[in-house]
Ligand binder design. Structure first.
Ligand code: ADP
Ligand code: ZN
Length: 727
């Protein structure tokens, strides 16, 4: 017996299988999808068995495998297929694809040592009556009673009563001890909550999907914030469970709040596995095994949960479809929605995507009937959409209100006087906490990365977001030696300003700094919900998924920041962000207010936000995309060419661009090379080549070709991103 083993070697030129012989004593345990250790050169490497065969066509000596790593298959047939799909669509290696799909504990080559945990349990060895008869003391009888109440108990529980009695019972074989696998992460017991009665809009939506529940139909639910999408998801899952099938529910990491998970637990109880980045490697491994052993029927998780090894899948639901977190931003650069659609096709099941602000790409597909579009226009209980006010900051500056406009201050006071809460959002994508000298214009920049350093007030230092380079802030400008001034606005500074303006209000700041600790996000969230604070202030982090009934005012401090980023998606991103944040205002009875502060009060996108008009935004933005040949009218490929030697990188980049121009389809467009947005990271120079194409049969083979060439070049590296989210 021989096996073909896919080895875990980083270099792409050895993305292939090697044949090994299987010793007789191992043959009965061999299966496709298990890992084995094999000799390779002087090393021992771990790899996946992809094929079993009786003969070996090679005439040289074939080495035997050393050992079989897994008792059970880790890559089942479906996962094996998905890996191939990822390789083909993202141009990564097959080994790389499989690595990504498995929890860290199962990755070959990973050094993490995660063990299964066991506990000892005690069981009766005979009928309850017989066991009682054999007891010689009352404590022994107590233990027997305890065990019989729940069939089995933890050994610890029994020894707490009497260690000697347990020993006697075990010695006399009245009870027996067994080892049972335990899982680190356990769902808390909650009271069950009945499903809600769907309103008319929800019902139409639900019924449309139910009609096609046994097909591979794709759905896009476009439902305004608060329209009750989650309730529809839960009822769809219930429907699928009734047919004895299973479900995957994907949400962005940021929405995977304890509240969200809790809602599912209340409905479905203990049959849920949760996968998110806050779990330890051990916990993730346990969750994965629960799924594998069919102990759960629903998997809720972020991007990588799409690889959950659930059997008999019945539906895949993806909430906040527009979230960029669904695409992995390092190799393999897969998109969870693509994988979901591939999996759905294999299983012949529906995919349901939902969003209040669908991506243009998917909305365009819906308009071509590639998705069935379902619309929810009303909020549950007919709560009204918030009223939106645009404040012209150009005018405010004249009155020295550079951060909080008069209007916003008035609205804050009004909300607080009604005993309601306020959210203030600061958009910080644009590196706004940089320092510049008001005298000479000097700004601190990272010597390695060509980006401005970010100022941290608490430590009084400046740090690079990309490489971590840190220097202390001096009081004098290093260039002109005058006093240096802070420029730009961070959450800390905003907090200080709001405090000064409203000294009596309780202010909660939520940003990457205050939520770094495990569970701190949850704690802060609870405190705000319990009205222990009046104002919640933070970055984009607070824009999604939060449901605070007492918030009646949302202030967006610097609406322009996101618009100014040089990226073709910045209009769409701004719309999403502002629309979603506005959705936090007035979710229950009272009508909410949104104040948008901007220096561009006539900006079209801001006005679409203000009118809460997705269709208007969609038409406007699609027009731009068509004119400028961007998605969804064209597909994009972004190629990054990187290296330490500037001359060489530029030379190779030019060579690559002209090679592409000559060889790919004439209808495709090759732009560049240009310097990347961030030209230098950690002393590595980066150039971009952008390809726009519609139909190009030659493209993929040529990209594969290029990829191969550069894996063996150790001076210049090539990084190909199919359908990039940003360039
Ligand atoms: P979305 O995800 O569309 O923004 P949610 O699912 O968060 O909206 O729903 C908003 C609120 O409405 C939630 O508190 C939810 O429990 C409630 N809700 C949803 N559907 C119903 C219904 N049919 N009847 C009563 N309440 C509902
Ligand atoms: Zn740096």
């Amino acid at each position: 017996m021989y096996v073909e083993v896919l080895l875990e070697i980083k270099a792409k030129n050895i993305d292939q299988t090697f044949t090994y012989q299987v010793p007789d004593n191992m043959q009965k345990n061999i299966s496709i999808g298990k890992r084995v250790n094999v000799p390779f050169g002087r090393q021992v490497l771990e790899g996946f068995i992809l094929k079993i065969k009786d003969t070996c066509e090679n005439d040289y000596r074939v080495l035997p495998i050393n050992e079989i790593v897994d008792e059970e298959v880790v890559l089942n047939k479906e996962l094996l297929e998905i890996g191939k799909y990822i390789k083909e669509t993202t141009l990564c290696t097959l080994a790389n694809a499989y690595q990504t799909m498995l929890p860290k504990a199962l990755k070959a080559s990973s050094k993490t040592n995660v063990n299964k945990k066991y506990q000892s349990i005690l069981k009766l060895n005979d009928t309850y009556e017989k066991c009682l008869e054999l007891c010689t003391s009352n404590t022994q009888k107590d233990i027997i009673n305890l065990i019989s109440e729940s069939n089995n108990i933890c050994k610890k529980e029994a020894t707490a009563i009497s260690l000697s009695s347990v020993k006697t019972l075990l010695n006399k074989k009245i009870i027996i001890e067994q080892k049972e696998e335990i899982y680190r992460y356990n769902i808390k017991e909650t009271t069950k909550e009945e499903k809600k009665i769907l309103n008319d809009e929800q019902k139409v939506c639900f019924n449309e999907i139910r009609k096609d529940i046994n097909t591979n139909q794709k759905f896009l639910i476009h439902g305004v914030t608060g329209s009750g999408k989650t309730e529809i998801y839960m009822q769809l899952i219930e429907l699928v469970l009734k047919k004895d099938k299973t479900a995957i529910m994907l949400v962005p990491e940021i929405s995977l709040t304890p509240q969200f998970i809790n809602n599912f637990q209340k409905r479905f109880g203990n049959i849920i596995a949760v996968l998110h980045s806050n779990l330890s490697d051990g916990e993730k491994y346990d969750e994965w095994r629960k799924i594998k052993k069919e102990k759960v029927k629903i998997v809720i998780g972020a991007r990588s949960a799409i690889f959950a090894p659930l059997k008999n899948l019945g539906i895949i639901i993806i909430d906040e479809e527009h979230s960029e977190s669904y695409k992995q931003d390092n190799t393999p650069r897969y998109h969870a929605i693509d994988v979901a659609e591939f999996r759905a096709k294999i299983n012949n099941i529906p995919v349901v995507l939902g969003s209040a602000t669908p991506t243009l790409e998917r909305m365009a597909k819906a308009s071509k009937n590639l998705y069935k579009l379902l619309t929810l226009k009303k909020r549950v209980n007919n709560a009204l959409m918030p009223e939106c006010i645009i404040v012209d900051m150009k005018e405010e500056i004249k009155n020295n209100n550079s951060v909080l406009s008069n209007r916003l201050k008035i609205e804050i006071e009004a909300s607080i006087s009604r005993n309601e809460q306020v959210i203030l959002m600061l958009n910080r994508k644009g590196y706004s906490t940089y320092i510049s000298c008001s005298n000479c214009g000097y700004t601190y920049k990272c010597p390695n990365c060509d980006i401005t350093l970010t100022y941290y007030k608490t430590k009084n230092n400046l740090r690079c977001h990309y490489c971590g380079y840190t220097i202390f802030k001096k009081d004098k400008c290093p260039s002109c030696l005058e006093d240096i001034n802070l420029y730009g606005l961070g959450t800390e500074k905003l907090e200080a300003l709001v405090k000064k303006e409203f000294p009596d209000l309780r202010i909660l700041r939520m940003d990457a700094d205050t939520t770094r600790r495990k569970n701190s996000y949850e704690e802060l969230y609870k405190k705000f919900k319990n009205h222990e604070y009046d104002i919640l202030l933070g970055t984009q982090m607070i824009s999604k998924g939060l449901d605070f009934p007492k918030v009646s005012l949302v202030g967006i401090i610097n609406a322009d920041e996101a618009l100014n980023i040089p990226d073709f998606r910045s209009g769409e991103r701004t719309f999403d962000l502002l629309y979603q944040t506005s959705g936090r205002a007035g979710r229950s009875n009272s009508i909410g207010t949104v104040v948008i502060q901007t220096f561009n009060k006539n900006n079209y996108i801001l006005n679409c936000v203000c009118e809460q008009d997705y269709q208007k935004f969609y038409k406007y933005e699609m027009n731009i995309r068509r004119t400028l040949k961007y998605p969804p009218y064209y597909f994009l490929v972004n190629i990054k060419i990187k290296g330490k030697d500037l001359e060489l990188v530029l030379q190779e980049a030019k060579k690559t661009a002209s090679y592409l121009r000559k060889n790919i389809d004439k209808t495709s467009i090759v732009l560049g090379p240009t310097t990347s947005n961030i030209f230098k990271v950690n002393n590595i120079f980066r150039y971009n080549i952008l390809i726009k194409y519609r139909f190009d049969k030659k493209l993929i083979p040529i990209l594969k070709e290029l990829d191969k060439i550069y894996t063996i070049n150790n001076k210049v590296k090539l990084d190909i991103d199919m359908n990039p989210l940003s360039i």
